[in-house]
Design a protein around this ligand. Sequence first.
Ligand SMILES: Cc1cc2nc3c(=O)[nH]c(=O)nc-3n(C[C@H](O)[C@H](O)[C@H](O)COP(=O)(O)OP(=O)(O)OC[C@H]3O[C@@H](n4cnc5c(N)ncnc54)[C@H](O)[C@@H]3O)c2cc1C
Length: 374
Amino acid sequence: MHTNPDVIVVGARAAGASTAMLLARRGHRVALLDRAEFPSDTISTHQIARSGVVQLARWGLLDAVLASGAPALRSVTFTAAGMSITRPIKDKAGVDLLVAPRRYVLDSLLVDAAREAGADVRTGVRVTEVIREDDRVCGVRGPDLELRAPLVIGADGLGSTIARAVGAETIEQRAANGAGVYAYYGGIPWDGIELIASAGALAGVFPTHHGEACVWVCMPADDFRRLRRHHPSREAALEAALLHHAPELSARLLAGHRRSPATGMSRLPNYIRRAHGPGWALVGDAGYHRDPVTGHGISDAFRDAELLADAVDAGGSDEDLAAYQRRRDAALREVFEITCALADYPPVPEFVALQKRLSVALDVEAEALGTTTH
Ligand SMILES: Cc1cc2nc3c(=O)[nH]c(=O)nc-3n(C[C@H](O)[C@H](O)[C@H](O)COP(=O)(O)OP(=O)(O)OC[C@H]3O[C@@H](n4cnc5c(N)ncnc54)[C@H](O)[C@@H]3O)c2cc1C
């Protein structure tokens, strides 16, 4: 256990475990805290965009993700206005596959990688406040812990305790009108990623472990609430949404079985928060949240974990952290704009044009990460 860590990271999933791993690999003494125990799930579908797969490959973790049984996804089938196009995943930025590991698998792998790198991982530990000396954050406190360090990183997700405790200013906020709902289905052959755009929704299939697929729909929260009112359960509402927006997929699901309850979230916020202050920094959803319609949160977390680790490794001064925020804000801009536009569910031709723009943006981001050297 590090009694005097250099850095405390609160939250040990996509953002926090990655940041802790990268810092520990570079010789920093890191305490990684999470109120959860691992392995455990979180509410999220889990397709990782090419840029996120590039990060896993660069960090030496992609083989472990594939060895966990998450299938290598080799194609994407996009359907709109009754037309389907299947495209292979091209070999770009050093990766020729995508992957959608369950979060209880991915997050545990990341936590293990952080521990192996030397991070002091403490789970089942809830942080309730930050400790300050003068105006500087210098530690965290919770019912079972008090720990001090020159830097506290909030990687504690949507509803971040650290962001609230430090009073991190929201620098940009957009409408929060979207919903994302999903369940796991098995007993059906899956062939790659599927995306189905229809008026007012995007549905999809992410094949994952155990021959199952995460089948999901993103749509305006008001529309899902209306559906939910007319159906006895969230599962029935999800299946009604799929029947309406993705009838061919809905028919295929009849040959298999739903293997989980339906879950999801509504009114997902779109915000960018200030990412640093005296003695603190934010990474992942704690500092930047976007609707899940673009399925980019895990990849954002991986990208920004490295930007933050670079800043801390450069000395972690207020200037270094300010540079981290500038780089994060520049890196997130294009996908944030596209996400907010998609989450407005414009007419299908416009929605499809945005998806094409997204595909270009994701390739540009992946290429940039693929050529980063450390
Ligand atoms: C419906 C839905 C679908 C999504 N689909 C995708 C997708 O397909 N692809 C994709 O890339 N992204 C997707 N996302 C987004 C993705 O889930 C998030 O962006 C990602 O999980 C952010 O990671 P994080 O590490 O910042 O936060 P989180 O994953 O939320 O982790 C935060 C951690 O902090 C811990 N914590 C919180 N408070 C405290 C505290 N006070 N003390 C100690 N620990 C604390 C929590 O226990 C948790 O383990 C989806 C999100 C939703 C809601």
